[in-house]
Design a protein around this ligand. Sequence first.
Ligand code: ADP
Length: 452
Amino acid sequence: MKNLSLKLKITLWYTIAMLLLSTFVVITINSVSNDILVRDISKRVEETVNQTAHMISLPRHSKTPPPPKFKTYNRGVHLMIFDDKNKLIHGTVPFAIEDKIDFNNLKPQVKTYDGNKYVVYDKPITLNNQTVLIKGMASVTDESYSAMAMIKTNIILALILILVASLGGYFIINRALAPVTKIRKTAKNISESNDLSQRINIPHRKDEISDLANTFDEMLDRIEQTMNREKQFTSDASHELRTPVSVILSECEYMADCATTDDEYKESAVSIKNQAEKMSKLISELLMISRMDKNSLQLNIEKTDISELLSFICEEQMQIHSKDITLNANIMPDIYADADKFLLARLFINLISNAYQYSHAGDEITVTLTESKDKVIFRVADTGIGIPEDKLSKIWERFYRVDSSRTASDNNSMGLGLAMVKEIAKLHNGEVSVTSKAGFGSTFTFIMPKGL
Ligand code: ADP
């Protein structure tokens, strides 16, 4: 039994259950119908004998029995008249039991003669001043034969129905469980071939197993997307690291083989330092993003004076960047919120330094901090180069740069800044959005709740 398939087990179980139920029903019907049969026959025999007795005892002119309307066989009942010495004077005793029958069954009774059951009822009456006995006999065995024949037909019909129900049931279970077989095969294929693009793909039906199969497919979609993102991330990260590493290697080779003067050594050392700084920045950003991904970043949420933090960052950014770009800071004082100070500073720095990076001399940057009842609203708008509309949705992707040729030479441009901004916003239950027009500038807005 253990080794049988689930569909066979289910079919077997309910076939056995149906057989047991049918057997129980047949046995019950059989015993009940026997009782009912005996009761019916007894009633019939009694009625027939009584009717006959009534009929023949009616006053009439003829003096000799039998009365003209006496029927020896009526409604399946053998009728006989015996005189007071138990001698048959009218009617016929059923075949071959003449010498065995007994008398004075004043209530209908079941008697067995020659292996056959009879209901027997005797009624003494006075006829022409003589006491006679009207005897009625009806065979139970004969009638139970026809009842048995009916039960047999029913048993055969029930067996055919059970067989049809079992086959139909097996077919339905087979159909219902087909997705399970497909799930098993798909899971096996995926684990053997490592090909996450396989799907169960069963037509949409409204049952639990189809739901399971569709949920399984959706889960595979998500796993595949995550795996692809991981792969892309790893390949992009290695690609980004390859450039500074090759620069460092070639500078080292130059120092070992060609450099002779102090200035040449110094120039190579500066170049190596720049590339190492770039690598270090990239590695720490990669580390932070991967920690955010795995939710393993330890958040240090505390009540933070956002106004003070942002004012400080604006000051710092003004000092770092070109004086030809004006930064206007409209910061409402005393705005507090629950935040991770370090991460929020990272978000502000990334957005403001982007505004500087993608603006030209003479452009303007406006940083605004306001609040609503329960939200903090930060906005940075620049009049810089802007972002083409078709690229707007992609700028949040890791390593994405709108114009890589423009930024490739720039040490700070790795396409990770906005991806990080998005993750930090998410960690603060906030939202970040952008509006931009190529050639006219961009506005980034970050809104977060005051309490987390
Ligand atoms: P990057 O390190 O290249 O700045 P980000 O993730 O910060 O990476 O930004 C992704 C891309 O979005 C940038 O390469 C740039 O093309 C575009 N971008 C971001 N901020 C601005 C802005 N203020 N103005 C114009 N383009 C921007």
